[in-house]
Design a protein around this ligand. Structure first.
Ligand code: CIR
Length: 286
């Protein structure tokens, strides 16, 4: 499969594995969140996470589980710890001190299970989280948010010298860039129909090295989707009926699956944040 892929499609159609991490027992109580009164139903969260893993298995991905640490309430949001693309694993530096101890176990699994080059940050002023890093297969867009600064973006640029890295200005409406935009396949960007979404789209259109197809999604939280080897994974009809309709209508020929995400959404987690997808150019598995 992977050999015949064009380079820019490898991260979409050459996905061979994923890294995931379980839910800490103190997640409901201690996970960071923007909404102060949200309470996670842990039983339901575990059910939703099981569905997520079931889907990864159904798509034939080899699953690498980083051992859950019950002292790290946000550890299931593994996307924020590393950007693994184009043969490199760039280790992030989360803005929140409470999340930094998440890194060591992720690095261990990346080293032991995958043949990928590890690049760590050497600037104490840098902060960057994977949720802010959108890779299109051709270039990176990185949100400038409360979790990512220019020093962090500069570190990412150094780790991926072959790719253009474009900072995207954002207001504080969203936690991360990928809270309002993700890739729905090669060269297709889905983006929230919101003030920030519109501004992000404008910046991407002005600065991108490539012309992408942009698709606007009515519910901001539904603009976070996953595309894995030809299958598009998006919001359920129950949770976001209007956005669900857009996905159904705009991707008529693409196999589509839905997942519930309501429990993770309460603590600002979207679909992408619960895994790090590994493509064939980043793995000894290929
Ligand atoms: C946090 O605030 O760090 C977590 N509660 C949520 C992180 C979500 N990460 C992501 O979407 N990439």
């Amino acid at each position: 499969m992977a050999e015949s892929l064009k380079k820019h499609e490898t991260c979409f159609n050459g996905v061979v594995a994923c890294l995931v991490r379980g839910i800490a027992d103190n997640c409901s109580k201690d996970a960071l969140r923007t909404s102060t009164n949200s309470v996670v139903d842990m039983k339901n969260a575990h059910t939703q996470n099981e569905e997520y893993l079931k889907l990864m298995r159904k798509l034939d991905l080899e699953i690498h589980e980083v051992p859950v640490d019950h002292n790290l309430p946000d550890c299931c949001f593994i996307e924020d710890t590393a950007v693994v693309q184009a043969g490199v694993a760039f280790i992030c530096r989360p803005a929140m001190e409470s999340r930094r101890p998440e890194l060591s176990e992720v690095i261990k699994v990346l080293k032991s299970s995958l043949g990928v080059k590890i690049v760590e940050i050497n600037d104490d002023d840098a902060i960057i989280e994977g949720g802010d890093v959108l890779f299109t297969g051709r270039e990176f867009f990185v949100g400038l948010t409360s979790r990512t600064n220019m020093a962090g973006i500069n570190q990412l640029s150094m780790a991926f010298p072959d790719y253009r890295v474009t900072p995207i200005e954002m207001s504080n409406d969203y936690l991360h860039l990928k809270s309002c935009t993700t890739m729905a396949g090669p060269d297709v960007v889905v983006i929230a129909n919101s003030k920030d979404g519109i501004s992000v789209k404008k910046q991407m259109m002005e600065k991108a090295v490539h012309v992408y197809r942009y698709l606007t999604i009515p519910d901001a939280k539904a603009a976070n989707c996953l595309y894995i080897n030809g299958t598009l994974i998006h919001c359920s009809q129950d949770e976001y009926p209007e956005s669900y309709k857009v996905y159904q209508k705009e991707f008529p020929d693409c196999p589509k699956l839905t997942l519930p995400n309501s429990e993770f959404e309460k603590i600002d987690g979207a679909f992408t944040c619960r895994s790090i997808l590994i493509s064939s150019d980043c793995s000894l598995l290929s």
